[in-house]
Design a protein around this ligand. Structure first.
Ligand code: HPA
Ligand code: ZN
Length: 328
């Protein structure tokens, strides 16, 4: 058996970023929208760097207009995740794209997404939970509207709040109001940091937003004191090695710090981020880590246990995830 066949927990996946290009192309054709600039000659997504990626992402997302579109997206994404052996997935969903930050519109999108997720769980056994995300380059005011949507729908299914977008814009602390509101509503917290921002962005995330997980966080490796702080505070990193290589943080997987972070005792997990954009899948991530670092089935079992422990779900769901990992 190959390590790629193992059951997997994925904690860092952007819902629209997981859309297969053929799916987006089909929606664009149905809506007669010209988004040809989004695609390269091979039919994949085309971008040059991170900021360009974000604009291509938003252009692709522009054809997702209705709750029904998001239901279809959810079905497509979960079929792909299940085919990759993912048994539990947390997906980032933005009210900015689902109803423009209006709470009642957001509820309709969420309802459609949850219905599709329930059907996928019945069909494939995969469990999905949602983490509401604000978009950093849309600014703190839009983030407050997203936080309100998250707080109003917090519960068994919306389990967390996070922030994506351009790490180059503003500071983590600019979003403290949104994080305070969602923490108060009982949501678990994460934010993108330490990807394009250096170690100081991770320090800000811990100090100013008090998160328990960090999206990426890999550049913490540049600061030994910070690495120790991650260990002491038991903060989990949502590491996306393939994404980091494609976006140019590291030349290849062998140069990626995930092994060094793990050796230092940091709680690391593995995810795909935006898989079709970055030419990856969960199976491929596992194969790459196996080839670069020799990680075997025991290493991946420990990795998935860490991910299950760091999942934002309730304890009953966590027990079901652990059972799926064990019986597979
Ligand atoms: N990083 C940051 N923000 C994002 C991403 C990502 O990979 N995808 C969508 N928004
Ligand atoms: Zn991300």
């Amino acid at each position: 058996m190959s390590v790629a066949d193992l059951p997997k927990v994925e904690l860092h996946l952007h819902h629209e970023g997981a859309a297969p290009p053929a799916f987006i192309r089909q929606l664009a054709a149905e809506k007669k929208a010209d988004i040809s600039k989004v695609f390269n000659d091979q039919g994949g997504y085309a971008f040059n760097d991170f900021v360009h990626f974000l604009s291509v992402y938003e252009a692709a997302t522009s054809v997702l207009k209705t709750p029904e579109d998001y239901a279809r997206l959810t079905t497509a994404v979960l079929e792909e995740s299940a085919a990759n052996g993912v048994v539990y997935s947390e997906t980032f969903i933005s009210p900015d794209f689902c109803g423009g930050g209006d709470v009642s519109a957001w509820r309709e999108y969420l309802h459609a997404i949850q219905e599709a997720a329930d059907a996928a769980e019945k069909a494939h056994g995969i469990i999905l939970r949602g983490v509401v995300t604000c978009v950093r380059h849309f600014g703190p005011e839009k983030a407050k509207a997203s936080a309100l949507c998250a707080a109003e729908t917090a519960g068994d299914w919306i389990t967390g709040f996070g922030m994506g977008g351009d790490e180059g814009q503003g500071h983590q602390g600019d979003f403290a109001y949104a994080y305070d509101m969602t923490r108060e509503a009982g949501l678990k917290l994460t934010t993108h940091a330490g990807e394009f921002g250096g170690p100081e962005s991770v320090r800000e995330a811990i100090r100013d937003l008090n998160v328990e997980r960090i999206g990426h966080g890999v550049r913490s490796i540049e600061d030994a004191g910070l690495v120790q702080e991650l260990v002491d505070r038991q903060i989990t990193l949502e590491v996306c090695p393939g994404s980091n290589v494609v976006l140019g943080l590291y030349p290849n997987i062998a140069a990626h710090p995930i092994q060094r972070l793990r050796d230092a005792g940091v709680r690391v997990t593995v995810s795909t981020d935006d898989p079709p954009f970055f030419g990856t899948t969960m199976r491929r991530e596992y194969d790459m880590l196996n080839q670069a670092f020799g990680w075997d089935a025991d290493d991946f079992a420990a990795l998935n246990k860490t991910a299950a422990e760091a999942a934002f779900c309730d304890e009953d769901t966590r027990a079901r995830i652990l059972q799926k990992l064990e019986t597979a």
